[in-house]
Every structure is written in C-alpha cells, then in structure tokens.
Design a protein around this ligand. Structure first.
Ligand SMILES: Cc1cc2nc3c(=O)[nH]c(=O)nc-3n(C[C@H](O)[C@H](O)[C@H](O)COP(=O)(O)OP(=O)(O)OC[C@H]3O[C@@H](n4cnc5c(N)ncnc54)[C@H](O)[C@@H]3O)c2cc1C
Length: 484
C-alpha cells in the first residue's frame, strides 16, 4: 500500500474505486485481476470497520461495526479468500438493561412483564411489542426473495415497504418509559423513531429478533479491522492510502479522469470505469458532473451519528457480563453495551482482562459528540458503573470515536430516491455507485453486496466492450501502485 507514489506511468486503468470501506474493498476484490486502483482518503482501510489491537494482543478495542454476517454472503466469502473465519457469537445478544434490571435471557415477549415499569407502561409495551411481532412476521413474508426478481426491483420493493409513515406513527402514542425503549432500538440505526420509516424500524427488529439465525451474529477474532488489513495486503500496490478523490470528469474518449489529493498534491488517474464507494453525502458532489439527478438523490439520503467508546478492562476474575455479547441500555447516555471479549470466553480458563464498547446513536449522540472526550468519558463511565458496578476500578483504558456519518437510515419516502441511484451513470455509462445506502439499513453485508454488484457490472462491460483484456496477477502491480 502506498501513500505517496505517482500514477503517471499507470496509463489507462480498467477501473478506479473511490473509498476503501467494505464496499470499495468488495469491488476491488472482485476486480483484483484487472488493472485497478483503489483510492482511500484515510491512512487505513476499512472505513466504518475499525478496531485496534490492544498492546497485549489478546484483546482489541472496537469502535465501529462488529457483527459479521452469516456464511454465504460477500463479506464471508472475502474473509475466507484471505484465510479468515468468523465465529458464531455464543453470548446473549437480545438483552436489555432498564433502570436497575438486567434481562439477558428468556423470550422477548416476557420483557414487558419483567422490566420495572408501572402497570400502564407494561400494558403499552406489551401492546406495541405484539404489533411489532406481527409486523415482523409480515415483513419476512412480504419481503422474501422472489425467484427471478432483478436485484434493483427487489431493492425497490424493500425500500418501499411501509415508507409512507414513520416508525413513531406505526408505534402510536406511548408512555415515556416505553417510548425510551423503542427509541433506544431506533438509535441502533442512528435515527429517532420520528425520522425512521416504519418499514425500516420493523426491519431493524426483524434483524435483532432473528436470534441465532440472525444474518449478523458472528465475530472476527482479532477485531473487525483484521479483514480490511488482510484484503489490503493482498491487494498490495492497487491500494493508495491518503488519497482523497475530489473530482470525476469524463474525457472526450469516453473514459473517466479522477483527480485526487495526495500529500498536498493534486494527481489524476484515467480509467474505463469508476466505482464511487463513499457515503452518500460525500458521493453527491463527486458525481454531480456525471449525473445531477443521482447527485440530488444522494444528497437527500439520511445518515445519523454514532458516538462510541472502546474500553479495556483489567479484571482478574470472571465478570457478570462474560456471557453477554450485547445489551440495549435505554434511558442511559449510551444505547448499547457490547462485550468484545465474549468470543474469547469459550475456553475453560477465563483469561484476565477484557474489552467492552458502549455507544450512543441518534440525537443524543449528536449532542454529546460536541463535548470534549474527557466529559464523554466521564458521562459514559458513570452510566457504565450503574449498569455493572463491577466495572468500578477495572478500567484500564478508554478511547472515543466520533462517527458523524455513523449509519444510513431510511426516512419516509426513501424509495422515491432509488431510481436515480441505479446505475450505471453518465453519458458513457461507466460510473457506478456503491455503499451501504443501497439497503434500507446500513450493514457491512449491504455495503459489500453493493460494491460487488457494481464490480460485476464493470466486469461484464469490460468483457463485452474490450474482449477479455489481459488479466493481471497481483504480482504485476508494484508496491508503489505503479503498473509495471
Ligand atoms: C459504531 C458502528 C457500529 C456498526 N455496527 C455494525 C455491525 O455490527 N454490523 C454491520 O453489518 N454493520 C454495522 N455498522 C454499519 C457498517 O459499518 C457500515 O454499513 C459499512 O461498514 C459501510 O461500508 P461502506 O464501504 O459503504 O462505507 P464506509 O465504511 O464509510 O467506507 C467509505 C470509505 O470511503 C473513504 N472516503 C470518504 N471520502 C473519500 C474520498 N473523497 N476519497 C477517497 N476515499 C474516501 C472513507 O475514509 C471510508 O474508508 C456499524 C457502523 C458503526 C459506525
């Protein structure tokens, strides 16, 4: 990987990929035997997959996405290609902590009875929960894949599902305690119930309630960043770090010229295709010279913030959260508590220390992330100590990360934006969009699928227009990214 090489000798590439998150990486991975360059503005790959190894190497600090999808998808297949394997999470994932009660087992239908809520709240919670359960059953039925259905049509159908009202409209008026529990769930999508579409809110519960069969219930030992790091190593000189794309312009010959800033210099690269794999608000100005309509739709896509704090602990005995992977924490400064050491707890001997993460989403996160780290730390730790008093005295290190574009979520009317996003774009039909925003809820699999699908279009077009151009092995690209 290189941050400072020139592209002058590269000549015409088959594709430039902008963005080294999981979406751009999936695109690059499919096209790895073509002449490609991946431009990433940061000094690391992975985007919202971001973890750091702790100094003792057993644990890792996690800041972003952590739940990996089931085998059979694009992410899993990339992981296997680079010799990695995700493991199923065995700890509780559907727990809830409300006031002084922590529930980590039992059926979710029983939660209203078991949580410390006044009777009026218990009834309201049970009613809303029942409505939601029925809606989730219908969601699975209505949105089941249809044989032979084109990807774009299936996407349109999913995005259109109940997107004429908000999740708050769907739930109806709720007393304060119950409302805070559903708001906490919506914060997992970085939204408030009043801004999230009803279909997406239901989709969120469909995902969370899927339990062991969930599409996202696996971990990567070593931390999520292990995957982008391994892909980056395999892609070698195809990856250019610290390279911020700032303009895409069509050439008279029908190729695209991509201008980017690297080490304070403007450089450019010409390619037959461009895949833009950055979050929608960043993609909007980049694609404006190619398609104003797509640019306007991208600008209208909604993202919310996440504020996460990774915590290393130094306990020497077993802890009450050892069997817990994820806990929703309504009414606290953070919305979720996650235990990133849980996947390591399946051995007979429990190693000392641990790694936790707490994170907030939605309006609360937006307000809190304007405060200094010290204040955020103090607020999060105070709430963590009331949640699990055993965390007092065992905090070894904390690290805060602000995700201003934490996750994409669908607002009512979202499906109307989709037509303009389906590519390819531009006069020469050679600019493609990819990213998690192609789905109603952002996830690494949605992002990877979109990147992989854009790359498949590129592959097809290259094969049709240019015949089977000579394919390159990884060894044909020098460590500085220059094609030999
Ligand atoms: C706290 C948190 C928890 C999450 N939990 C989960 C989870 O458990 N499971 C799950 O599946 N998903 C989860 N997600 C969502 C998931 O991380 C995202 O949906 C997914 O990673 C998005 O990938 P992407 O490639 O579309 O975008 P990104 O990851 O945002 O990648 C875009 C990349 O483009 C780069 N870039 C931006 N501008 C430019 C430019 N001008 N030029 C070049 N490069 C540029 C960025 O630096 C970045 O690397 C979580 C997200 C967060 C923040």
């Amino acid at each position: 990987m290189s941050a400072d090489s020139t592209t002058a000798s590269q000549g015409l590439l088959d594709a430039v990929i902008i963005g080294g998150g999981v979406s751009g990486l999936a695109a690059a991975w499919r096209l790895r035997s073509r002449r490609i360059v991946l431009l990433e503005s940061q000094d690391r790959l992975g985007g919202r997959l971001y973890s750091q190894r702790a100094s003792d190497e057993d644990y890792w600090l996690n800041f972003g996405a952590h739940l990996f999808p089931a085998p059979g998808g694009v992410v899993d297949s990339m992981a296997r290609d680079v010799g990695l394997e995700t493991l199923p999470i065995t700890g509780s994932m559907m727990g809830i902590a409300y006031k002084d009660r922590i529930l980590t087992s039992g059926r979710v239908e029983t939660y209203p009875l078991r949580l410390p809520l006044p009777l009026r709240e218990k009834i309201a919670f049970a009613r809303a929960g029942l409505r939601l359960q029925r809606a989730v059953a219908r969601y699975h039925k209505v949105l089941a894949p249809r044989p032979g259905e084109a990807e774009a049509e299936s996407r349109r159908r999913r995005l259109a599902y109940l997107d004429d009202k908000t999740f708050a409209d769907f739930l109806g008026a709720l007393p304060a305690g119950t409302a805070s529990i559903f708001a906490c769930a919506a914060h997992r999508a970085t939204a408030e119930p009043t801004s999230l579409s009803a279909g997406s809110g239901i989709g969120l519960f469909a995902l969370v309630w899927a339990g062991e069969g969930s599409l996202i219930a696996r971990n990567l030992v070593g931390g999520p960043s292990v995957l982008p790091e391994a892909l980056g190593t395999a892609l070698g000189g195809r990856v250019r770090l610290g390279a911020k794309a700032q303009r895409i312009a069509p050439t008279s010959g029908g190729t695209q010229n991509v201008e980017y800033l690297v080490n304070g210099r403007v450089e450019s690269v010409e390619a037959r295709h461009v895949i833009v794999a950055v979050p929608a608000p960043i993609a909007a100005p980049l694609i404006a010279p190619i398609s104003l309509r797509a640019s306007e739709s991208l600008a209208a896509i909604t993202y919310g913030p996440f504020l996460s704090m990774a915590i290393l602990t130094n306990e020497i005995t077993a802890m009450p959260w050892d069997d817990v992977y994820a806990l929703a924490t309504p009414g606290r400064s953070f919305d979720m508590f996650t235990n990133h050491a849980q996947v390591l707890r399946n051995t007979s001997e429990r190693a000392p220390g641990g790694s936790l993460m707490v994170y907030a989403g939605g309006d609360g996160a937006a307000q809190m992330m304007t405060r200094p780290d010290s204040e955020i730390r103090e607020t999060f730790l105070a709430d963590l100590h009331t949640l699990y008093p055993e965390t007092r005295g065992i905090i070894a290190a904390t690290k805060i990360h602000r995700w201003r574009l934490g996750n994409v979520y669908a607002q009512p009317g979202r499906h109307e934006l989709q037509g303009a996003l389906e590519g390819p774009h531009g006069e020469f039909r050679n600019v493609h969009l990819a990213g998690d925003y192609f789905a109603e809820l952002g996830s690494m699999e949605a992002a990877a699928k979109a990147g992989d699908s854009a790359a498949q279009h590129v592959e097809l077009s290259l094969a049709q227009r240019h015949g089977s151009a000579p394919r390159m092995g990884l060894e044909d690209v020098g460590a500085d990214g220059v094609v030999d």
